[in-house]
Ligand binder design. Structure first.
Ligand code: URA
Length: 469
């Protein structure tokens, strides 16, 4: 059979090329069976016709954001059918905007699986890349060889830029080589294992890196050995640390992490790392809340903030504005901060959960309390934010925030107004959520609780500004 349309994409992970072609073809009502998708330089489909003409500039249709996220991940899969599957799914979404919600649909299921495998592959790349030090004309460069299962290298480059912003490094893979010189990322053709330097991985670098990302509270030994089977441990220098880190006292571990962090090159570009993190969070699909929310609402504030406030989740206003605490709860919060003598712009304000969870009642979106699984899924982001900002004092506004920070239920009434220790050795305080005050039906009770909240904030201010940053 001769396919009526052939689309040649510029690369295996050419999402933009796929999207442009798919839009035009969908507008023209072309069926999935009539399209041959291929990649420039790849095996040509001998039976395909010429490339389709550029898509007409017709009215374009909008797809849900979660489809874009899903497609961006799935397109990196090695499965040659992925382009066609995504196109078929796009047509389905055109007919029914909620098609993705039908997990029993075999097409949705298959594409979700592709995306999941890509994310898993990315996770492995983050965990298992090992650098060797080589010296070139410009000095030391750290070079690693890695063989991903899928076309994920470009997608994951940002992760390594954020992790090693001040190092010159190169990651070689069979398909693509990426290099970072401390300011710009370059891409060059793939390499072979023979091109990669021999020798031991850079022990100290890796121990430092590993310790810097090690958080005793996050260790799940079973999951760790599953992800990083013990038989590989001997070739991984940092695994020598695992026994110690697990067995040692928490305080010693925290001290060690602190020392290792201090040894890392000072991030001159925390802002760049933060911006990259925020961009990554914008694509978050760690739990299902992204499906209905308008956008990820990430934290905001200066990198040298002494106080980091954690709320529950964005509300209706925040979801639309893309900023935390800008609605009615934000007004209560701002007024109390002012009374307590805390300048909000000098603090970092974020939420335990970054997507708005709601149910629709008529046209109104009614707030729903996030579940433990959603709080846990989102903890990754808040830990990254805290890793970057490293505030001397973190404040949980309400029970959800406390649960996120401590990893367990912490009753607000019993724990407010006193310092608590977080597992990284920094201090956390717990107080009420501003919405709690708003919801009190009685004006007198509201006034009393507002004053108590202000008192807590004053204590927090005194404490935060008496601590070294
Ligand atoms: N409530 C929160 O917990 N966070 C916000 O950003 C807004 C309301």
């Amino acid at each position: 059979m001769i396919d009526a349309h052939r689309v040649t994409l510029s690369a295996e992970d050419d999402f933009d090329g796929w999207r442009n072609a798919a839009r035009g073809l969908a507008e023209a009502g072309v069926s999935p069976a009539a399209i041959a998708w291929q990649v420039a330089g790849g095996a040509t489909d001998l039976f395909a016709g010429p490339d389709s003409n550029p898509p007409p500039d017709g009215p374009s249709f909008a797809v849900p954001r979660n489809f874009v996220d899903l497609a961006k991940a799935a397109i990196c899969h090695r499965d040659p059918e992925r382009f066609a599957l995504l196109y078929a799914l796009l047509l389905k979404l055109r007919a029914n905007r909620h098609a993705l919600e039908d997990r029993a649909d075999p097409l949705v299921d298959r594409v979700e699986k592709l995306a999941k495998e890509v994310r898993r592959d990315a996770h492995k790349m983050h965990a298992f890349v090992r650098f060797r030090e080589v010296v070139d004309a410009d000095g030391a460069r750290f070079v690693a060889w890695f063989e991903p299962d899928n076309h994920i290298v470009r997608r994951e480059a940002g992760f390594f830029v954020r992790r090693f912003p001040n190092m010159r490094w190169t990651i070689m893979t069979p398909e693509l080589t990426i290099s970072w010189d401390g300011g710009a990322l370059t891409k060059s053709p793939g390499a072979t294992l023979k091109d990669a330097p021999d020798g031991d991985p850079v022990e100290e670098t890796w121990k430092t890196y590993y310790a810097s990302i090690f958080n005793p509270a996050r260790v799940k030994v079973k999951a760790m050995t599953k992800e990083m089977p013990k038989k590989y441990w001997k070739s991984m220098p940092e695994t020598a640390l695992i026994g110690d880190l697990l067995a040692g006292a928490q305080a010693r571990e925290a001290a060690m992490i602190e020392t290792s962090r201090a040894a890392l090159p000072k991030a001159t570009n925390i802002e760049a790392a933060w911006a990259a993190l925020k961009a990554e969070a914008a694509l978050c699909t760690r739990c299902d809340l992204y499906r209905c929310a308008s956008q990820t609402v990430f934290g905001e504030g200066p990198p040298n903030a002494r106080i980091l406030f954690v709320g529950e989740q964005p509300g209706d206003h925040e979801d639309l504005a893309g900023r935390p605490f800008v609605g009615p709860a934000g007004e209560v919060f701002d007024a109390a901060l002012e009374k307590a003598g805390i300048e909000r712009s000098a603090t970092y304000v974020t939420n335990a959960v970054k997507h708005f969870k709601f149910v629709l009642r008529g046209k109104r979106r009614i707030h729903q309390t996030p579940e433990a699984s959603e709080i846990n899924a989102c903890r990754w982001w808040i830990e990254q934010e805290r890793d970057l900002i490293r505030p001397p004092l973190t404040v949980a506004l309400g029970a959800t925030a406390a649960r996120s920070l401590f990893g367990k239920v912490m009753a607000v009434g019993k724990n407010r107004g006193i310092p608590h220790l977080l597992c990284d050795g920094s201090e956390a305080w717990i107080t009420v959520h501003p919405s709690y005050i708003l919801r009190l039906p009685d004006a007198a009770a509201r006034a009393v609780e507002r004053d108590r909240f202000i008192d807590d904030l004053k204590r927090i201010r005194d404490r935060a500004y008496s601590m070294p940053k």
